[in-house]
Design a protein around this ligand. Structure first.
Ligand code: MSP
Length: 510
């Protein structure tokens, strides 16, 4: 039986249109989901939209639309973006679905039954943009007396009856959990932040609101709606069929990796495990946090007019090109700045030159000199063996990086082999061998074809369409494109389709 692997993106707020930050989050998750499938896992990949709360309600009101009609529309737009980014999710979840309302109510009842919920009164600061409560000490006061959350979001003073979750009682158990599961929070810098936040002491968390009603009603207290984050986090469990443990998806819980942005690590690494432990549910194995994209050094914002639309970006540069750029150009956990120049350089140097030309040169030589047939391999030299060994080691090296979500390092491992293959083709000069030693030429071209096969196989999760084309041209049958298949040599003498460039250079429009 295949081992299971459950992976999630955050569910996206539907208060506005999708931008590149959302697309990046989904693409990174997609690359890992595809990698795990390639590596023989039974993958369940979930994404969707977070539709309740004050922020979404306000956005609907500003447009003069009923919140349900509004969220239907924006969720559909997110779904369209998801499809256009080549995301291979198995389910799309919306928190306004009936199944999710049932599941959230049951989570509430279980936490309540555990004695972790009590009725009180909340009085304090709230940032609608973050849907988060803040302590006075966390805020910055501006010259005009108004206050901002650490995220830069404006805060307002709220005062209302509220149910509370006894988070303070979970401090020691959370610290013990982090200690027993050092891999739970990645990268380490975020883990350290979370641990010191929890060590600093936890206050009980307000988990219901009464001043608006766009949310899931609290069981037995219909004048309260659940705090949007309680409902949102539960989406990951809803999709597994909760509370119906006979659901075919139940076997996937707990999640193997929640991919989240650095801004929402506290919700996933502090509140979420506490809710789950309280409800008697297993806790997710890992929360892996990504850094933010800036644009030409600046934070994206509507007022600056620099919000990047992912579908447009893919139209301009190509989808696989963008997927590659986003995962290559900055370390996953760190912030980075995108620019037109950086995208063009990655496309022209790494995709068009390093990889595209290597494939094109090798396949053209095979087409012209070997009757278009995949040559057999004669005796191998040290140079051949060095390159073949590096290619054979690729799946293992890339796997180590993928397990840590260091995607840029995974790509660097692949490019080391690509660069070595470019050195090899120049040294071996198969075009000259065509006149002097055709048997040796055949071996060199076969070594190159085998190395390209390994490279294209491991790159499939990053650039699915382009690598499918490359594997077609290498004559690799569709049913032997898994990592495990690399151990079986391809047949000699098979006729390959005529070579076609996979990565055109980006040329500035005139
Ligand atoms: N709805 C919550 C998540 C609930 S999960 C149970 C939420 N939604 S969000 O739409 O605001 O953000 C979704 C993700 O997009 C977050 O992980 C956030 O970090 C990410 N990004 C938003 N802007 C981003 C960039 N500029 N760059 C990279 N990712 C960014 O939070």
């Amino acid at each position: 039986m295949k081992p299971k692997f459950y992976i999630t993106t955050p569910i996206y707020y539907v208060n506005g249109a999708p931008h590149i930050g959302h697309a990046y989050t989904s693409i990174a998750t997609d690359v890992l989901a595809r990698w795990k499938r390639l590596d023989g896992f039974d993958v369940f990949f979930l994404t969707g939209t977070d539709e309740h709360g004050q922020k979404v309600e306000q956005a609907a009101r500003e447009q003069g639309v009923d919140p349900q009609a509004f969220t239907d529309r924006v969720s559909a737009d997110f779904q369209d973006m998801t499809r256009k980014m080549g995301i291979s999710n198995d389910q799309w979840i919306r928190t306004t679905e009936e199944r999710h309302k049932r599941s959230s109510a049951e989570l509430w009842r279980r936490i309540d039954a555990a004695g972790d919920i009590y009725l009180g009164h909340y009085e304090g600061w709230y940032a609608v943009r973050d849907e988060a409560f803040y302590d006075e000490g966390e805020l910055t006061t501006l010259a005009d007396g108004s206050k901002l959350a650490p995220s830069g979001a404006p805060v307002e003073w709220v005062r209302e009856p509220s149910y509370f979750f006894r988070l303070s009682a979970w401090q020691d158990r959370l610290l013990k959990f982090y200690e027993d599961h050092p891999e739970f929070i990645a990268p380490t810098s975020r883990r350290n932040e979370v641990v010191s936040f929890v060590r600093g002491g936890l206050r009980d968390l307000s988990i219901s609101r009464t001043t608006f009603n766009w949310g899931i009603p609290v069981p037995g207290a219909p004048d309260h709606v659940m705090y949007v984050w309680l409902d949102a986090l539960q989406n990951y469990v809803t999709a597994c069929g909760f509370p119906d443990e006979s659901d075919p998806h139940w076997k996937y819980w707990p999640a193997d990796v929640h991919i989240v942005g650095k801004d929402i690590i506290r919700f996933h690494a502090v509140y979420w495990p506490a809710f789950l432990m309280s409800a008697g549910l297993p806790v997710a194995h890992r929360v892996s946090s990504l850094g933010w994209w800036l644009v030409d050094g600046a934070k994206m914002s509507k007022s600056l007019g620099n919000v990047v639309e992912p579908r447009k970006l893919a139209e301009t540069y190509g989808l696989d090109q963008i997927r590659y750029y986003l995962l290559r150009d900055k370390p996953f956990g760190a912030d980075g700045s995108m620019s037109h120049q950086a995208i063009v350089t990655r496309i022209n140097v790494e995709l068009a030159n390093d990889l595209g030309n290597l494939a094109q040169r090798s396949l053209t030589l095979i087409a012209r000199n070997g009757g278009g047939q995949r040559p057999g391999r004669g005796p191998t030299t040290e140079d051949d063996a060095g390159l073949l060994d590096a290619a054979a080691a690729l799946p293992g090296r890339v796997r180590i990086c993928m397990d840590q979500q260091t995607f840029h390092e995974a790509l660097e491992e692949v490019w080391k082999v690509i660069r070595a293959a470019n050195g090899y083709i120049d040294r071996q000069a198969p075009w000259a061998l065509a006149r002097t030693d055709r048997a040796r030429m055949g071996t060199v071209l076969r070594v190159l074809a085998d190395v390209l096969r390994a490279v294209a196989t491991v790159l499939q999760p990053f650039m699915p369409d382009s690598m499918a084309k490359m594997l077609d041209q290498l004559g690799v049958p569709a049913e032997v494109r898994m990592l495990v298949d690399l151990a079986t040599p391809l047949a000699d003498g098979v006729t390959l389709p005529p070579p076609q460039g996979v990565f055109p250079r980006y040329v500035e429009p005139a």
